[in-house]
Ligand binder design. Sequence first.
Ligand SMILES: *Cc1c(COP(=O)(O)O)cnc(C)c1O
Length: 383
Amino acid sequence: MNSLEKFATAKLAELEAQNLRRWLAETDRTDGAIAIRNGQRLISFCCNDYLNLSQHPEVKQAAIAATGRFGAGAGASRLVSGNHSLYRELETALARLKGTEDACVFGSGYLANLGIIPALAGPGDLIVADALSHACLMAGGKLSGAETLVFRHNDLDHAAELLRTHRSQYRHCLILTDGVFSMDGDLAPVMALAQVARDFEAWLMTDDAHGIGVLAEGRGSSFVDGKKADVPLQMGTLSKAVGTYGGYLCASRAVVDLIRTRARTLIYSTGLPPGVVASAIASLAIILREPELRAAPLQKARRFTRAMNLPDAQSPIVPLIVGDAARALALSAMLEKKGFLVTAIRPPTVPQGTARLRFTFTAAHRDADIDRLAALLRDAELT
Ligand SMILES: *Cc1c(COP(=O)(O)O)cnc(C)c1O
């Protein structure tokens, strides 16, 4: 064995011993909340397609029509010749939904964060981030070369304390947080964070991956009680409730123009396929016109939390923290035998000792299936 093979084999064995090895399982989704895995039809509670728009006939048709007209790929970076005409329409729709002057669409949410953050912050700047921020916000911070300080999850006092102590030693400051926390389903106190940002002359950036389409009339987590929070950098993804693929930033015209000029993951990566952009446009139109659809994922999540005697769900994501990675895997296997697909989420995706089952609720779930799932879990908890 050469040293590379030895390294890979030993690393895998070490991860396996800790129950931390991961496997890609073939999973086909063709209809509603159903996923086909190992020939078994499972009801999936681990898909972020909250509105089932990836399966919507209009959305699929939009992708087919755009592919027929413009081809399967963009052919180059948007800055070269990949900026097909559908981009403008999508960016206009996103900016309108989010109440900003402009928007910029990236290849994915992960790429958006890796592009936006280093374009706005660098050495000599400060990033203050919630401890449970998504991996790609943290990765963007690291890539930027700015000093990153982490505040305890949703702890405004801690964030303010870090800023009070350190802000003056740095030029610019970015505050980073998920709007909806992807592994916990709780919401950031966006209004209060916006005030902290004002107090310390910092720029607030929220990652609304799980808010768009499902919270606040589909406008996402920076809208609270009908009011728009002062969030100058609203980032998000088109891969969850929008049902397709791609990331975006909604911001002022000047900020978006700067991002288009400087974000390396936009400049040095190929534009999205026209079919993907066209389907996102179609999805946003459906989100705008269907209030009952938008409200369904949260209603379904609350049906589950009520049945489980958990605090009311704040988003379509509900965690059931079991602690131990092996127990999370065993519960997931038990549910799979009963026809439910629920992935166990383990460290390092979540902190040590907080392995969990993570349920996501979508408009495609039937109430009876949610009730059956809750009953199984209540029984399992007793053993
Ligand atoms: C899924 C997710 C992303 C990544 O978005 P992709 O478009 O899938 O790359 C970023 N941030 C959060 C909070 C997410 O949940």
